[in-house]
Design a protein around this ligand. Sequence first.
Ligand SMILES: NC(=O)c1ccc[n+]([C@@H]2O[C@H](COP(=O)([O-])OP(=O)(O)OC[C@H]3O[C@@H](n4cnc5c(N)ncnc54)[C@H](O)[C@@H]3O)[C@@H](O)[C@H]2O)c1
Length: 310
Amino acid sequence: MSLAGKTAIVTGSGQGLGLAYARELARQGASVVVNDVDAAAAEAAVATITADGGSAVAVVAPVGSTETADALVAAALENFGRLDILVTNAGILRDTVLWKMSDDDFDRVVNVHLRGTFTCARAAATHFREAGHGGRIICIGSPTGQRGTFGQTNYAAAKAGIVGMARTWALELKKAEVTVNTVIPVAATGMTATVPYFAAAVEADAAGEPMPAFFRHDLGFGTADDVAGLIAYLASDAAAGVTGQAIGIGGDRVQIWSHPEPVATEYRDGGWTYEALVDDFAGLFGDRLQSIGESFPPLPDELRREPAAS
Ligand SMILES: NC(=O)c1ccc[n+]([C@@H]2O[C@H](COP(=O)([O-])OP(=O)(O)OC[C@H]3O[C@@H](n4cnc5c(N)ncnc54)[C@H](O)[C@@H]3O)[C@@H](O)[C@H]2O)c1
């Protein structure tokens, strides 16, 4: 088993993707600190991992604060004697358009995703540098952070910020042999089950049937288990050379996301005045402006589940 003797923390691992990550890391031999705000889900996750022959303990606490981050690292050291892998997966949604988004909607989402990733990564990095045995930090992004999604100001801010932090940490922790990557998952979970576009796939999954190929292949949308292998791979010694990457995965698909790069460059002696931009911008860049949001292909008729308009 590739992760035998290692210890992992997976935040938000009581259900959904986090649970799949925790189970796969345990299946590969790692001891796991399960974390969630839902005590029953966290205890059930520990029971499942233990029943499968793995080792796990639960820390029931909300990710976001430094106290929780420190408690997670302490639990790994006290229960398993070491920490090797951190997966910052815990997350919530509070969706609404910008003009209706309250301060509380914004702060809550940013606190769990962005601050929770920061505080946990800082605690783990501090330990990794002291212990001197390297480590793995696997952050969780989203297509929303890469491209924007209508109604997700708070979530887009947090997820784009996470990718930026991970690139920065990959630079800062290289000498300590700590790799830092962001996984961009797409899967049927509580978070996506209510999206009408995915209904036929969620329905098939709930019935224990394979999801239609349109979802698995064309959209890269599958089960939580489809994402878990990449988490275990990035946690392993086999991925020692992979750092600073944003890696998309879902269904039958895995992808490397580009980092933002200038895609069109023009120069003007003396610089770009307002008047020069009015004269030249459209001609130089009009056909090179970048797209925003994700565009999905139309659903084949047999996979449509939207309620008929009344
Ligand atoms: N499902 C997808 O397709 C998808 C796509 C892109 C990104 N993601 C990301 O993957 C991660 C997991 O998503 P999921 O779909 O499994 O969601 P989920 O809602 O099924 O699970 C999230 C878990 O996090 C826990 N949680 C919430 N706030 C917490 C906190 N403060 N501290 C600790 N635990 C907390 C919840 O109790 C829950 O168990 C999230 O970061 C999400 O943004 C999911």
